[in-house]
Design a protein around this ligand. Structure first.
Ligand code: OGA
Ligand code: NI
Length: 202
């Protein structure tokens, strides 16, 4: 199990490396950002959450998991291979992410949207309750160090095509805000971090 987690963590780091390549960022740039200063408890965190979604006779009255974007970096999701329910929001429409055997769903969180200056976006997703069958999922979260300084990569500053000005902040401060407003849109979070941050100047 330990070895399995280690390999998953390595996969998340490999994905960061591929993103760097896609974005034209220097090798290791994202990994370096995620490592922070390493002064406190050290580098990036990797955690796993196992969820169980029992069936519900009246699924329209309830959500398995309400719509949200994930806060962190790279999320690796093993879905139940039989019971569906996961959906993502694309062009204002909810799209099913059906169960796929032997596959890992990769999801990017808010931090990567900020660092990539919106080139990669964190995706809104939710889990719909089902009438039949219990759904299981295993989600692993690869997140920046708590003291990591998060801001748009200077190299990508001219490439902003969605008119959001992204803030600069310490990851821990973002998480403190996120835990209270997880199920709200991300834009006000980004806005709040412009004034809410514990860093005074750049
Ligand atoms: C999450 C999440 C989806 C799932 O934990 O943030 O989106 O399938 N989970 O459990
Ligand atoms: Ni999520």
């Amino acid at each position: 199990m330990k070895e399995f987690a280690k390999q998953l963590e390595k996969l998340a780091e490999d994905i960061l490396e591929i993103l760097c390549e896609n974005l034209g960022l220097e090798k290791g740039y994202l990994k370096k950002v995620f490592h922070g200063h390493g002064r406190k408890l050290g580098g990036p965190t990797f955690g796993t959450k196992v969820s169980n979604y029992p069936p519900c006779p009246k699924p329209d009255l309830i959500k398995g998991l309400r719509a949200h974007t994930d806060a962190g970096g790279v999320i690796l999701l093993f879905q139940d291979d039989k019971v569906s329910g996961l959906q993502l929001l694309k062009d204002d429409k909810w799209i099913d992410v059906p169960p796929m055997r032997h596959s890992i769903v990769i999801n990017l969180g808010d931090q990567l949207e900020v660092i990539t200056n919106g080139r990669y976006k964190s995706v809104m997703h939710r889990v719909i309750a089902q009438t039949d069958g219990t759904r299981m999922s295993i989600a692993s979260f690869y997140n920046p160090a708590s003291d990591a300084l998060i801001y748009p990569a200077p190299q990508l500053l001219n490439n902003n095509n969605n008119n959001i000005i992204y803030p600069k902040f310490v990851f821990e401060d973002y998480m403190n805000l996120y835990s209270a407003v997880k199920f709200q849109p991300k834009e006000p979070r980004f806005e709040a971090m412009k004034t809410n941050s514990s860093i005074a100047t750049a």
